[in-house]
Write a protein of this length. Structure first.
Length: 202
């Protein structure tokens, strides 16, 4: 018996990347999976879904797989020069009279939507790295599965103890009913004998 309530998390450090994985699950009638994180690519998502499909028939499972790439070649940096120039050109006249009070720094500019994008390129890691990513995820999944099993054994012990107490209560109630029925029959027999004027009732 396995419980659906479990949580595990871990971190793997590799020369080219580090990987953080967390798996959280809870009870749910159907299989409901949420897979997210910076390390999710079509390849890793397919692997995660396949592994979950082999282990989980029902329940809500949330997988977070964050990949941190250590090599600058594995990142795509995009900066919209044209948009930055337009923003500064249009803001310039409005800010000039207040230049002592209002300052726009690079951090403020980089927060403007569509101006700056920094996207990881996990697919650039290569096949060996993907194998290590998959292996670490399977290790975390095994830990999560073991936790579910341990939790399930605890629930099974509780249910077994509860059933044992129910059996004891049932046996005690059955014995009390038998004593009560026996006493009731005896009292009824004596009452009938009194009504019959002392003649013995069979």
């Amino acid at each position: 018996m396995k419980s659906m309530t479990a949580f595990t998390q871990g971190r793997h450090v590799d020369p080219g990347f580090s990987l953080s994985v967390s798996i959280r699950s809870s009870n749910h009638r159907q299989a409901d999976w949420s897979i997210r994180g910076s390390g999710i690519t079509p390849i890793t998502e397919r692997m995660v879904r396949q592994e979950l499909g082999e282990r989980v028939r029902r329940g809500r499972v949330e997988v977070v797989l964050d990949l941190f790439l250590n090599d600058s070649r594995h990142w795509e940096v995009q900066f919209n020069d044209y948009l930055a120039g337009e923003i500064l050109r249009r803001l310039g006249p409005a800010l000039r009279p207040h230049r002592d009070l209002i300052r726009i720094d690079a951090d403020t500019l980089l927060r403007i939507p569509m101006l700056f994008h920094l996207d990881p390129l996990p697919e650039a890691l290569g096949e060996d790295a993907q194998i290590r990513i998959n292996g670490f995820f399977r290790t975390m999944l095994s830990q999560w599965d073991a936790q579910r099993e341990e939790e399930g054994e605890g629930i099974a012990r509780e249910i077994s103890g509860l059933l044992e107490r129910c059996r004891g209560t049932w046996a005690s109630m059955t014995a009390q009913v038998e004593v009560w029925e026996s006493g009731m029959q005896e009292r009824s027999r004596k009452r009938v004998e009194r009504l019959l004027g002392g003649r013995r009732y069979p």
